[in-house]
Write a protein that binds this ligand. Structure first.
Ligand code: FAD
Length: 359
């Protein structure tokens, strides 16, 4: 049997999902090499900070939309049948105010989104049930992922399939080929997220951070909720989601482009908490304001936003095949299996070309 030596550079949701999908082919001998691994909390490592839920943002006929569509069946399966993955179903209530859109959602018409027939229990809220100032709203069932459980679960699935994990920091993407546990790799999969902006051989200046600040609390609203904007500024948003298996509730948030600040801003934290209690008073005991919130921690993550959407493509750099899978902005989980499937296809194509070149 031909053995394909592959290094996956990066152990966020993109790297781990790609490694997991690649590891299902016994010919692939995989090392995941990364500066940060599940269990770490760092501003250069986005994945642990995510909510994370499934709420498509890509237009129906875009690559994004397709990747999100292709990811839903797997997330549904995990929520339904694999409790140890740390994913559960939650009812989602979207509240929309068409005048104040924060600018990150483009899933086609918001009144008639393409995913209405895909996600369970989708229904528009009748006009006479809308809160004052709300233009339209809908409910559906989606999933919420406890990243603290899910990322280690992915590591476990990979290890079961023989993937080797190691810490490594590379300056140039091609150097990652030497991080393989069995000799120089045939191919590198680049899943370095926002760091692809500075990584040698990639230096993608179309990447920028979209800073997301959150407050994680013990209170439980009992459902997920998101509004399309808020009165506190175009780069602030309102959402809450309760993670599976005791992971607490994430209160968000912000979507601050080009903002690299790793520290939680205390005034923004107060605005986030106030907005969430306003949207969902039952989050706290009756008569209480934000003092009724029981805070676990404040957090900041930098979404790896890329101007023209994620880069999932192959490239030969200095004689080494590289498959890129980075730049997933605020939708890295909900597009993870779709993007990984495309990346696996590109890996197979590149390896075939390499074999042909040998003949
Ligand atoms: P990362 O998680 O940043 O991983 C990058 C990896 O590359 C790390 O292991 C790092 O150490 C490694 N690396 C980088 N450079 C090097 C180097 N030179 N050498 C070695 N290793 C290197 N998405 C959703 O789908 N749903 C949500 O509800 C959602 N909510 C979010 C809420 C917040 C507050 C935030 C911040 C994000 C949210 N996201 C959500 C977005 C999602 O978290 C990201 O899209 C995703 O985590 C990106 O993952 P990644 O694996 O590409 O990058």
């Amino acid at each position: 049997m031909t053995i394909n030596r592959i290094v996956v550079l990066g152990a966020g949701v993109s790297g781990l999902t790609t490694a997991y999908q690649l590891s299902k082919n016994a010919s692939n001998q995989i090392t995941v090499a990364a500066k940060h691994m599940p269990g770490d909390y760092d501003i250069e490592y986005c994945s642990p900070w995510a909510g994370a839920n499934y709420f498509p943002v890509g237009a129906f006929d875009s690559d994004n939309g397709k990747w999100e569509k292709d990811t839903w069946p797997m997330l549904r399966e995990l929520a339904q049948n694999i409790p140890e993955a740390g994913i559960h179903f939650q009812v989602y209530i979207r509240k929309k105010d068409e005048q104040r859109v924060a600018g990150q959602r483009s899933a086609g018409s918001m009144k008639d989104p393409w995913f209405k027939n895909m996600l369970p229990n989708f229904r528009q809220v009748p006009k006479d049930q809308l809160a004052p100032g709300i233009d339209s709203a809908y409910h559906f069932t989606s999933v919420c992922i406890n990243t603290a459980i899910y990322l280690p679960w992915l590591v476990g699935q990979c290890r079961k399939n023989g993937v080797v994990f190691k810490r490594a920091v590379v300056k140039h993407v091609v150097d990652a080929a030497y991080a393989h546990h069995g000799g120089k790799a045939d191919l590198v999969v680049n899943c370095t997220g926002l760091s692809s902006r500075s990584l040698g051989g990639v230096t993608d200046s179309s990447l920028c951070p979209a800073r997301g600040q959150v407050v994680v609390v013990r209170n439980d609203p009992g459902f997920m909720c998101m509004t399309s904007g808020c009165d506190d500024g175009d780069d602030e948003v309102v959402y809450m989601m309760t993670r599976a298996a005791g992971g607490g509730t994430i209160l968000g948030g912000s979507y601050q482009k080009h903002n690299w600040d790793p520290l939680p801003d205390p005034s923004l934290a107060i605005r986030i908490m106030k907005r969430c209690v306003e949207v969902c008073p039952s989050l706290v005991a009756e008569g209480k304001g934000i003092e009724g919130l029981d805070i676990i921690r404040h957090g900041v993550g930098l979404r790896p936003l890329r101007e023209n959407g994620p880069r999932v493509e192959r490239e030969n750099i200095n004689g080494v095949w590289v498959v890129h899978n980075y730049g997933h902005g605020g939708f890295g989980y909900q597009a993870s299996y779709g993007c990984a499937t495309t990346a696996v296809k590109l890996v197979d194509e590149a390896l075939q070309q390499k074999d042909k070149a040998k003949l």
